[in-house]
Design a protein around this ligand. Structure first.
Ligand code: ACO
Length: 337
């Protein structure tokens, strides 16, 4: 069974006041991967659209990527880190199983009075975080929120498995949410969905309580991403298409009212299939997966920040964010810029 729905809007509207992103400097190209696994630039590019990805340095953890993206979002929003009351980090690659990566971020950026915790919803995580933060701020429980999607997937990938290692990359994106006065960036609607029956299709089987990494023993199952790609592909197309339709309808709009779609950046063929089924102009779809690969919870957040800073989003534009990931989970949000 799966569940899906449009949460009702909070009492007061909420807007995105600033965005930020951070990508590690190190670029790993498809050609480099040809040297370590039986693959080719041609296969990766034609099957996924990915040309290169970023890899974090040793000693550079998910929290560091998250904190840098957060600083940039705070600067753009004109909000001091010390004023932040709520931090939610969406990640499936936390620095440690506990405490939450958000706790490290709280210290690194100096948001010392913020309540901080993580959400684990894979590639949908940033939109899950956005929806719960929207309600927290829109109900008046918190005066602001900092939401971050951040991943160091390079630490959870089997670099000898060509089925997965070519797909993923590291990075982080962030946004600051404020009660909406008259500024742009208002969140109009959202859709969230989960289907735990499909959990086996995409997971990190080792390292948790089901298969612990105890002292002196190697976990029976490795703590690396495992995926049934073809099955996930089909679910991704159907779930993202439906999430897009539901999110747009919940905002009282039609697809013709949408100026830009910012989809999860997993695979160009998935994006093309969705856009075709929605009968939407491909030129108005933001794509950066060629540069970064799939950065899971960070992908939509990074793309939103790049679209914002590149001037792809103009005041008054309505944008659709839509994502899909392990869980299975899916989500969408419609924003008026
Ligand atoms: N290089 C060369 N050949 C490869 C590679 C590679 N890197 N990877 C797989 N192959 C081979 C396979 O072994 C297979 O060979 P076979 O036919 O001899 O068995 C062949 O290519 C085709 O494999 P498929 O899995 O059918 O390839 P497909 O066209 O489905 O593409 C892919 C695979 C890219 C993984 C695709 O299925 C996909 O994008 N799936 C969805 C991924 C996704 O959206 N994930 C969601 C979010 S991730 C998250 O939540 C963390």
């Amino acid at each position: 069974m799966s569940s899906s729905g449009n949460p009702s809007a909070p009492p007061y509207p909420v807007r995105i006041a600033g965005t930020g992103s951070y990508l590690p400097e190190r670029i790993m190209t498809n050609r480099e991967l040809e040297e370590s696994v039986d693959t080719s630039d041609e296969w990766i590019t034609s099957r996924t659209g990915i040309r290169e990805r970023r890899i974090a340095k040793d000693g550079e953890f998910t929290s560091h990527l998250a904190s840098e993206a957060a600083r940039r979002a705070l600067e753009q929003a004109g909000v001091a880190a010390a004023e932040i009351e709520l931090i939610i980090v969406a990640t499936i690659t936390p620095d440690t199983l506990t405490p939450a990566t958000a706790c490290y971020v709280q210290q690194q950026i100096g948001s010392l009075k913020a309540v901080a915790f993580d959400v684990s919803a894979a590639c949908s995580g940033f939109l899950y975080a956005m929806e719960f933060a929207r309600h927290a701020v829109g109900a008046g429980a918190f005066r602001n929120a900092l939401i971050i999607g951040a991943e160091k997937l390079s630490a959870f990938v089997d670099w000898n498995d060509r089925n997965t290692c070519v797909l993923f990359g590291d990075g982080a994106g962030a946004a600051v949410l404020l009660p909406s006065t008259n500024g742009g960036g208002k969140i109009l609607s959202s859709t969230l969905g989960t289907d735990g029956a499909q959990a086996e299709l995409l997971n990190i089987p080792g390292g948790g309580s089901a298969c612990p990494a105890l002292p002196g023993t190697a976990p029976v199952k490795p703590a690396v991403l495992s995926m049934q790609g073809r099955e996930v592909f089909k679910h991704a197309v159907n779930a993202m298409r439906q999430a897009a339709i539901d999110g747009i309808a919940a905002a009282g709009l039609t697809i013709a009212d949408i100026d830009l779609i910012i989809p999860h950046q997993a695979n160009l063929r998935i994006i093309d299939a969705i856009v075709e089924r929605l009968d939407f102009d491909r030129d108005n779809v933001f794509i950066n997966l060629d540069k970064y690969g799939n950065t899971s919870a960070a992908a939509v957040a990074i793309a939103l920040d790049e679209a914002n800073r590149q001037g792809r989003i103009k005041p008054g534009d309505r944008i659709l964010l839509v994502a899909f990931g392990a869980g299975l989970t899916w989500a969408s949000a419609v924003i008026e810029w």
